[in-house]
Design a protein around this ligand. Sequence first.
Ligand SMILES: Cc1ncc(COP(=O)(O)O)c(C=O)c1O
Length: 289
Amino acid sequence: MPLPLAWLDGRLLPLAEARISPLDRGFLFGDGAYEVVPVYGGRAYRFDAHLQRLDRSLAEMRMAPPLGRAEWLAIFGKLVHGNGGGDLLLYAQVTRGVEAERFHVPQPATRPTVFACVQKLPVVPAAAIEQGVAAVSAEDIRWSRCDIKSTSLLGNVLMRWLAADAGAAETLLLRGGHMTEASASSAHVVLGGRLVTPPQTNAILPGTTRGVILELAAREGIVSERRSVTEAEMRSADELLIASAGGGIRAVTTLDGLPVGSGAPGPVYRALYAAFKATQREFSTELPA
Ligand SMILES: Cc1ncc(COP(=O)(O)O)c(C=O)c1O
């Protein structure tokens, strides 16, 4: 649940008082981009990577960044400290804004809507770390610009719902016989001790936690490869990992009801998870009061 203080169009205000017009293009067309930034001990994790990705998503939508890094940093600081700090998940949403008339093609002078709020960081249960999580698989029905972190999330919603129907944590997605990612996480396999992650194309989001995993793998001496992963490789992998800002790094230990590898979190997961926990402070940025 979001915490009480939010940011909307230039000011901090009680979330209960935040109002956005129904003519906002974010509402009418899903014409917006967003970021989800973990906050550990009041510090923003991978701040630069998230802001870079937001600016990139906006540029791909032909929008200029509405705010600079220093302005975002100040807003994040106000939101995080104003809501009591600690471990949080910060949502920053930018839409193309409100227009008086409904046209697909945006008007040039429309002012973007900028909204941000925080919620408590969901705690990953100890069982999910020790035993891993269940996932299901499905054909990736989403559009072909999944590299944009768009607020148009209908495809992801429908995909995640399949996991919920099966009592699983995630839905792993397949396009043309290859693993893309999961409904709200990046996806990786371990084959013969090597970490294999699909290449960065328009079919997947440039995951910030994926970047973390690759960096930590290099530090831990785990060989990594960026290449396509076939469905057969996904199903016969020694380990299957999912990663996201909100869920951290998790081992998938059953896929469509069948065990993955040994059916327990493997050595690559355990090494990456330990390194992930150990570097949280190093990889995060202090926020101004
Ligand atoms: C579709 C999709 N892919 C990948 C990710 C992982 O990205 P990140 O690690 O930056 O959270 C997410 C995160 O929400 C996502 O929604």
